[in-house]
Design a protein around this ligand. Structure first.
Ligand code: GMT
Length: 375
């Protein structure tokens, strides 16, 4: 099939998932065309079946706000016609689903009927999408998609709850390439970060409010009093300065390393003992799944779709959103006991296997085949 993928090219989970999906489809012989405003971060190197089409953002003195959606729709039309695309798969509804609707209408006038598949990822529904400045367009464009998927049962439920959706939303879980995360820890790297054999706790996110990154710091400060440990904070975003300030106030700066945005998460996870995710909402929590694939148990809130991945008492522990006391108690309990921790590590990996790329990518192919007649 010739597949057009539209996504955010950034470190966010939806862009990561879309890029990994495109790479996996290309490996299976499909022709994959990424249509984004920048080369996706997980798309480095050359791939025979992958094509990248940049959406140019116009700058003209009249435009205080460049009309990105218009240029995106025009690029979709151009790529669909010139590369004879079989379908468009857009990730994250805003503004990709409405731009795809526009492209579809234009293509129809040109005699090309193209199916549009929209995958909902989370904040396009729960935070941004349901705001009334977006809601009518989001509802319309989701309903106009030929197929709609959500990355968890929780997100499917939230979508029906917040929008008037007239179609079936199918759940196709996010996936991880378990093999990629099966890395041997680099001893030298571990030694630099935890020279006295301290436990390593890791968090990775875009440091937005929804992630409650201060909870990570508070939980770590309590764990650190009982268990020799180091905290690695991966990523960047608006909440980072406040979080660094909190470390100074709690006098734990020597125990916390802010690593910024990192490409090689598998190297960091390979030396980690515990992954923390204390978000007030996660449709899925792809970063937690990647941690589990690396055999790292997850200490998390029980928000949104997280309980669909992290099994309390088996692959990690969960507590209510903001329950710093309980999270630290559970973290200490796990990190103090080698045997227990090893059991959790093993089960985290087994759980991640259920979401392995090889199980999930065929589900997208089956979905595509319902709309595209492969000869
Ligand atoms: O979490 C973010 O802010 C990024 C966001 C995105 O759209 O890139 O992540 C969402 O999609 C990921 C991939 O499906 C999910 O794993 C995340 O849970 C989801 N984030 C939220 O729901 C807050």
């Amino acid at each position: 099939m010739k597949i057009g993928i539209v996504c955010y090219p950034t470190f966010g989970g939806s862009g990561v998932l879309a890029t990994e999906l495109g790479k996996a489809l290309a490996e299976k012989g499909h022709m994959v065309h990424f249509i984004t405003y920048q080369q996706p971060v997980r798309l480095s190197g050359f791939f025979t079946n992958i094509f990248y089409h940049e959406v140019h953002i116009p700058h003209y003195p009249l435009f205080d706000y460049p009309p990105y959606e218009t240029t995106l729709a025009s690029t979709m039309v151009d790529v669909a016609l010139n590369h004879d695309l079989d379908l468009l798969h857009v990730h994250y509804a805003i503004p990709h689903a409405s731009a795809a609707y526009m492209a579809k209408q234009i293509l129809k006038k040109k005699g090309k009927d193209i199916p549009v598949i929209t995958t909902l990822h989370g904040t396009d529904i729960t935070l941004v999408g349901k705001d009334k400045t977006f809601e009518p367009v989001v509802t319309f464009s989701i309903n106009e998609s030929d197929a709609i998927t959500a990355v968890s049962n929780n997100l499917r439920k939230e979508t029906y709850h917040s929008f008037q959706i007239e179609k079936e939303i199918e759940v196709i879980y996010n996936f991880v390439d378990v093999k990629r995360f099966d890395k041997k820890p680099l001893d030298a790297f571990r030694k630099v970060l935890a020279p006295n054999g301290e436990r390593i706790i890791t968090h990775a996110s875009n440091f937005r409010k929804v992630k409650r990154v201060n909870d990570i710091i508070h939980v770590f400060a309590k764990i650190n009093k009982q268990v020799p440990s180091k905290l690695l904070m991966v990523g960047d975003g608006p909440e980072r300065p406040g979080t660094e300030e909190l470390c100074r106030a709690l006098n734990i700066c020597d125990e916390v390393r802010f690593l910024g945005k990192q490409q090689e998460m598998e190297e960091i996870l390979a030396i980690s003992d515990l992954f923390m995710l204390t978000s007030e909402y996660e449709s899925f929590g792809l970063s937690a799944l990647e941690a589990m694939a690396a055999g790292v148990p997850v200490l998390s809130s029980n928000a949104g779709g997280i309980p669909e991945i992290n099994i309390h008492g088996e692959t990690g522990y969960m507590a209510n959103i903001g329950d710093v006391e309980e999270l630290s108690r559970l973290g200490i309990d796990l990190l103090k006991d080698d045997d227990k921790l090893n059991g959790f590590k093993q089960r985290a990996k087994e759980q991640a296997m259920k979401f392995d790329i090889h199980h999930i990518v065929p589900l997208y192919e089956e979905l595509y085949e319902r709309f595209v007649h492969v000869s």
